[in-house]
Design a protein around this ligand. Structure first.
Ligand SMILES: O=C[C@H](O)COP(=O)(O)O
Length: 250
């Protein structure tokens, strides 16, 4: 049985004072929640603060990106080894907001996935179709292409303990959440696609949904078959909302 996972993606938000209030409130408010794995992925500058406040709690912390190289002359990049020094557990790779804005290729994302795993991080690999792809009936083709970039290089072993986030691009930041049936269908397609090549990994990999999850829709979405949790953007910045979503996953 896969444990549910709820991850907050703060994106480029926060400041030290606001983070302190949010993290302290989450650490206190969620301390009794043991049935669900919980994490917050914060901007790089706040990893130390997250580590200081969340160490010895049931909330893990993570990053929103990672360099595909071990180290070297890559100005502005942050390596997997550096993330490990700050106790990072999870790292988001291939979020559409990055792949769109910074032209991250599938190959680049696959390299990031592999180096994260190599350093003992849990990659959260984002896949999802655009509205045009869905309305054109090529959603599964689009997702399969993204998945295959990982499946072709990683093999089942790398998928073990990894996380896949299905994030329809048209649902991110739009309050146009996928319906539970739409999300379930996409998650089932992803798991079947993995099972065709790596039956064992298909059963253990967690597939979480992201795209306008909120306290009002979380319980129905997160109770659907093949939906193993959520990747939460805006609502992760409010302690009460994020706590409600975590409890809805129990
Ligand atoms: O990583 C989180 C997703 O992009 C969803 O963001 P959102 O919950 O603000 O729609």
């Amino acid at each position: 049985m896969r444990r549910k996972l709820v991850v907050g993606n703060w994106k480029m938000n926060g400041n030290l004072a606001q983070n302190n209030r949010l993290l302290e409130k989450l650490a206190h408010g969620l301390q009794d929640v043991s049935q669900v794995d919980i994490a917050v992925c914060v901007p790089y500058p706040y990893l130390f603060q997250a580590q200081q406040i969340l160490a010895n709690t049931n909330i893990a912390w993570g990053a929103q990106n990672v360099a595909k190289h071990e180290n070297g002359a890559y100005t502005g990049e942050v390596s997997a080894a550096m993330l490990k020094e700050f106790g990072v557990s999870y790292v988001i790779v291939g979020h559409s907001e990055r792949s769109d804005a910074y032209c991250e290729s599938d190959a680049n994302i696959a390299d990031k996935f592999a180096i994260a795993k190599h350093h003992g991080l849990i990659p959260i690999f984002c896949v999802g179709e655009t509205l045009q792809e869905r309305e054109s009936g090529v959603m599964e083709y689009a997702i399969a292409n993204q998945l295959d970039s990982i499946l072709s290089v990683s093999g089942g072993a790398l998928l073990d303990q990894a996380v896949i986030a299905y994030e329809p691009v048209w649902a991110i930041g739009t309050n146009r959440t996928a319906t539970p049936d739409q999300a379930r269908a996409a998650h089932s397609f992803i798991r079947e696609r993995i099972a065709a090549q790596h039956p064992g990994a298909a059963e253990t990999v967690r597939i979480i949904y992201g795209g306008s999850v909120n306290p009002r829709n979380a319980a129905q979405l997160l109770s659907m078959p093949d939906i193993d949790g959520g990747l939460i953007g805006r609502c992760s910045l409010d302690a009460d909302d994020f706590e409600s979503i975590c409890r809805a996953a129990c």
